[in-house]
Design a protein around this ligand. Structure first.
Ligand SMILES: *Cc1c(COP(=O)(O)O)cnc(C)c1O
Length: 360
């Protein structure tokens, strides 16, 4: 028998999340961000289902290769652009668009012999201080790109927020203002908003929004769940109960024995662990759904298994279904227990997890 652990991807949820985003962001176009294997949901699967996306955003050219190989025709933007001069030929071959965030990328373009125009997006660092030209250098970078015959004259303008998940945060207002100061003097489509930008900062929607997390039904806004904004979780992580054991009062459960039974009680053992991508940092008290009812993890998450408290679950039987996250148990809630964000959890499924699909 194969392991019970499975991640089911809900294709209908992906579709309805995209429609919800289109409604929210209209008339902006939607660049669906599918980096990191579609946030762990499967790149090709996600892109095929999101056929109403206006474009896809990927982290690297290899993702663009995979999308073209599976027949995706939409625009594809490589968010970190070319990593070396030789990438330009591959961008042309695959019909990809490149973010330009650094002077070295302009040098490679200027030295390239291929006369075909490459479509580019100029990335401006308005305060995140990761990728992008400083505001003082942005106009000059734009002019240099515009002067190149092998760069499409219609250059997009892009920036990325550091704190858009924090409502009314001053940093986002500063970033929007810096972007506006530069973009007001330059033509070209503008793109600022990630998922939290779409939700929290309507002024940032501009011509293109770039949501990732909300497509998968995940919010990074502290204390919120994407379900509260009309999005549906696209992944259900599930397994089953493989043992029920009576353990006596005062006995310790699991590695290091840091959870002690307060009374004689039943402990359930579930076939999931950090070897599947369930976070080892999830402490005692983290919820699961057993037969649709909440139960709590007790003791440490181990590689293959977790233990749960079965008090109040007298009807539990070996083989019963256990949901780790999904409908009814937001991954955002598990992430909060584990000290991370939902994105990291869904990106972390390992190869032994069986991936299933349903239309719902
Ligand atoms: C990852 C990423 C996004 C999407 O962010 P979400 O929070 O998942 O919506 C948008 N733009 C860039 C440049 C990114 O790297």
């Amino acid at each position: 028998m194969s392991r019970a652990t499975s991640a089911t991807i809900h294709l209908g949820a992906l579709r309805s999340n995209l429609e919800r985003l289109r409604q929210l962001a209209s008339p902006a176009q939607v660049m669906a961000v599918v980096k990191a294997d579609g946030y762990g949901h499967g790149l090709e699967r996600v892109a095929r289902v999101l056929d109403r996306a206006d474009a896809f955003g990927v982290a690297c050219i290899a993702d663009g290769q995979r999308l073209r190989a599976t027949g995706i025709r939409q625009r594809i933007v490589v968010l970190s652009g070319i990593d070396e001069a030789a990438d330009i030929a591959e961008m042309h071959r695959l019909g990809l668009e490149s973010v330009v965030h650094h002077a070295s990328q302009i040098e490679w373009l200027a030295a390239d012999a291929d006369p075909r125009p490459l479509k580019v997006w100029l990335k401006i660092d308005t305060g995140m201080h990761r990728l992008g030209f400083a505001p003082a250098d942005a106009a000059q970078a734009y002019r240099r790109l515009h002067a190149l015959q092998n760069v499409d004259a219609d250059i997009g303008l892009m920036t990325h927020f550091a704190n858009s998940d924090v409502a009314e945060d001053e940093q986002t207002q500063i970033q929007m203002q810096r972007f506006e100061d530069i973009a007001a003097k330059l033509p070209g489509a503008r793109s600022l908003a990630n998922s939290a930008g779409v939700l929290e900062w309507p002024q940032s929607r501009a011509q293109w929004v770039r949501p990732g997390g909300l497509l998968y039904g995940i919010s990074v806004i502290a204390g919120s769940h994407a379900a509260q904004f009309g999005f549906r979780p696209a992944m259900t992580l599930a397994s089953k109960l493989v043992a029920i054991n009576r353990v006596g009062k005062g006995e310790a459960v699991g590695y290091a024995g840091d959870w002690i039974c307060p009374e004689d009680m039943d402990i359930g053992v579930v076939q999931i662990g950090y070897g599947d991508g369930y976070p080892r940092s999830a402490p005692s008290g983290t919820p699961v759904l057993l037969n649709g009812r909440r139960a709590q993890i007790v003791g440490r998450v181990s590689m293959d298994l977790i233990s749960i408290d079965l008090r109040g679950q007298a009807d539990a039987r070996v083989g019963d279904p256990v949901l780790l996250w999904g409908e009814g148990l937001p991954v955002e809630e598990i992430a909060a227990h584990a000290g991370t964000i939902g994105y990291e959890l869904v990106c972390g499924m390992t190869r032994r997890v069986r991936f299933l699909e349903d239309e719902g």
